[in-house]
Design a protein around this ligand. Structure first.
Ligand SMILES: Nc1ncnc2c1ncn2[C@@H]1O[C@H](COP(=O)(O)OP(=O)(O)O)[C@@H](O)[C@H]1O
Ligand SMILES: CC(=O)OP(=O)(O)O
Ligand SMILES: [Mg+2]
Length: 416
């Protein structure tokens, strides 16, 4: 038996699942802990082990992804109901979600070389890779016997064709500085592709879907024949859809009119976090936080305040822009529109408004199904007789990574 710790560090949360695996069988989840609200303190802990559930326990002094990781590890090893993890040495593998993996098309065991390479990539995604590397370091120090494996959010998108991933800028500079569309949330899109392919009993390489991963960071993905063909995020997770604290797409020259200090280093620049004021403003001081004064899209959706409605309408408008474009890119051959991520899974009203906008294309919701999402991995919320399907998928990046370890031991060079 092997124990796998799967760590999903997001921009506002850290989710960690513990799995037990025998041989190459499907990993069995023993417990799941998540700390959310890192961008809107106090942070809150949710913990599930079997029937035991703790919800929204407020935590003090948890301010970063690394704090959250240390807290959860301590919580797991002290849980008497989790004898499999009584000793920290019992953990065989730690999977790390690393947002920016450059051109890595697959997961990698983290050794000195890969760590250094990921560190170099941090310049391209300083706000995302920094915290993940903090956790990798802490994990190497606290779990010296575990094998650390990095799973990249960008890997799923290495199939995007050149005409879509190339920015129309001087190609010498683009090549030298590795400036192109990478795309993110790929671990989630990979999970969604598997789950929908199973649900529809359609082989992955025949499956074409338009998927939305809507969480603190939000993105859309056009998946053609089981592979990423286009996605809304780009060089960094800033582009595309707006999010909890991110602007999403804007006119690039807007920043120079917003502040004269755009190119100055930001006060949160440190160590390998070289970030400018512009990056700080567009990544951390924009989106729902400044439009509506909250990063909780649930409360935005249920409010009739003018600023909340504006935030909500902006989101619907931007999502529809991408879906319309992806529908055309897929030549109308779409097996399903799929909602996922915290907002995609819980945002009943958002799903209703997005699908309403797509009615002209042949998507339609069943109101009852839309308001009664149960516990299944994939649920059909489309109206019977609609030309295209609409699904909700409970995405699980931790499980996707744990499965990846078991399925790819040989390539990764890790023993049973
Ligand atoms: N009932 C709800 N309706 C709409 N959105 C919700 C609801 N409950 C939570 N959310 C949103 O889900 C987001 C978290 O999504 P999640 O995918 O877990 O985020 P992360 O990007 O941190 O992984 C929260 O920021 C919140 O805005
Ligand atoms: C890539 C990205 O934006 O991740 P998250 O939604 O976790 O911030
Ligand atoms: Mg997430």
């Amino acid at each position: 038996m092997e124990i796998i710790l799967s760590i999903n560090a997001g921009s506002s949360s850290v989710k960690i699942s513990v799995y037990k695996a025998s041989g190459d069988s499907t990993p069995e989840q023993l417990a799941e802990a998540s700390i959310s609200g890192l961008t809107a303190p106090p942070a809150k802990l949710d913990y599930t082990r079997g029937d035991q559930k703790t919800k929204e326990q407020e935590l003090q002094d948890i301010n970063s992804q690394e704090d959250a990781f240390r807290y959860i590890l301590d919580h797991l090893t002290k849980d008497d109901g989790l004898p499999e993890l009584a000793k920290i040495e019992d953990i065989h593998y730690t999977c790390h979600r690393v947002v920016h993996g450059g051109d890595y098309p697959q997961s990698q065991v983290i050794d000195k070389n890969t760590f250094h390479h990921i560190e170099e990539l941090s310049d391209l995604a300083p706000l995302h890779n920094g915290p993940a590397l903090g956790i990798v370091k802490a994990s190497a120090e606290m779990l010296p016997r575990a094998t650390n494996i990095a799973f990249f959010d960008s890997a799923f998108h290495t199939t995007i064709p050149k005409q879509i991933s190339t920015y129309p800028i001087d190609q010498k500079v683009a090549k030298k500085n590795k400036l192109k569309k990478y795309g993110f949330h790929g671990i989630s899109y990979s999970f969604i592709t598997h789950a929908v392919s199973d649900y529809l009993s359609k082989p992955k390489d025949e499956l074409s879907i338009m998927a939305l991963h809507l969480g603190s960071g939000a993105s859309a993905c056009c998946i053609r024949h089981g592979r990423s063909y286009d996605t809304s995020m780009g060089l960094t997770p800033l582009s595309g859809l707006p999010g909890a604290t991110r602007s999403g797409d804007i006119d690039p020259s807007l920043m120079f009119h917003f502040t004269h200090d755009a190119s100055r280093p930001s006060h949160s620049a440190s160590g390998h976090m070289h970030i400018t004021q512009a990056e700080e403003i567009l990544n951390k001081q924009s989106g729902w936080k400044v439009l509506a004064g909250t990063t909780d899209f649930g409360s935005i959706s249920s409010s009739d305040r003018e600023e909340d409605q504006l935030a909500f309408d902006i989101f619907v408008d931007r999502i529809v822009n991408f879906l319309a474009s992806y529908f055309v890119k897929l030549g109308g051959e779409v097996d399903a529109l799929v909602f996922a991520g915290g907002i995609g899974e819980k945002g009943e009203k958002l799903r209703r408004e997005v699908v309403k906008a797509l009615e002209c294309l042949g998507f339609s919701l069943d109101e009852k199904k839309n308001s009664n999402i149960g516990g299944r991995v994939v649920e059909d919320i489309g109206k019977e007789g609609a030309k295209f399907r609409t699904l909700v998928a409970k995405t699980d990046e931790q499980l996707e990574m744990a499965r990846g370890v078991l399925a790819e031991r040989a390539r990764l060079g890790v023993k049973k």
